[in-house]
Design a protein. Structure first.
Length: 167
C-alpha cells in the first residue's frame, strides 16, 4: 500500500484532539469503568492509524462511535470467554492448574478461535463445537441440525479450515 492510501496522521491527530474526551466519556458510560474506557478509546485511534483508507468522516463522533462499538463488542466477548475459562480452571484440581504464562497463551488462543469461528455460519459453528467440545457423533449432529451426515462433514471441514487457515 502506498503512503497516499493511508489516512494522514494529522487527520487522525485532529480527530483525537477534537473528540478523544468525548469518546472516552461515551465509552465510560457504556463500560462503567474509566480504565477500560481509556484503553478502548486509545484502541479506537490505534485502529484508525492502522487503516489502509482515507477517513472522510462527515460526522466524526458517529464515525468514532461506530469504530468503538466494534471494540466494545470484542471487549465483552473476550470477557465472556475469559470468565468461562476461569470457571473451567476453578473446576480443575490444583495440581492440574496451568501456570500464569500458559493460562495467558490458552486464553489468547481461545479468543482467536472464537474470532475465527464467528466468521462461519451459525450451523457450521454449532456442528463444529458439538463435535469437538461435546463429542457428539456426526449422525446425532445431523439429526439435531436437520441436515445430512455429509453436510455435517462439510461443516466440520469448513470450520476446521477456518480455524487453521483464516482468510
Amino acid at each position: 500500500m502506498s503512503a497516499v492510501e493511508r489516512p494522514p496522521v494529522d487527520e487522525i491527530q485532529s480527530l483525537y484532539i477534537a473528540h478523544h474526551g468525548w469518546l472516552n466519556g461515551w465509552l465510560r458510560r457504556r463500560l462503567g469503568n474509566a480504565a477500560d474506557a481509556a484503553d478502548l478509546a486509545q484502541d479506537t485511534f490505534m485502529r484508525l492509524l492502522a487503516r489502509d483508507a482515507q477517513i472522510a468522516a462527515r460526522e466524526p463522533r458517529a464515525f468514532l462511535a461506530t469504530v468503538a462499538h466494534g471494540l466494545v463488542a470484542n471487549f465483552f466477548r473476550r470477557r465472556q470467554i475469559e470468565q468461562a475459562y476461569l470457571e473451567a480452571l476453578a473446576a480443575l484440581p490444583v495440581a492440574h492448574v496451568p501456570d500464569l504464562e500458559t493460562r495467558a497463551i490458552v486464553l489468547e488462543t481461545l479468543v482467536e478461535m472464537d474470532r475465527r469461528l464467528q466468521a462461519v455460519p451459525p450451523a457450521v459453528r454449532s456442528a463444529f463445537l458439538m463435535f469437538q467440545l461435546d463429542g457428539v457423533p456426526q449422525a446425532e449432529i445431523a439429526a439435531q441440525l436437520a441436515v445430512s451426515v455429509a453436510t455435517v462433514q462439510r461443516y466440520l471441514v469448513k470450520a476446521l479450515h477456518q480455524c487453521c487457515f483464516p482468510a
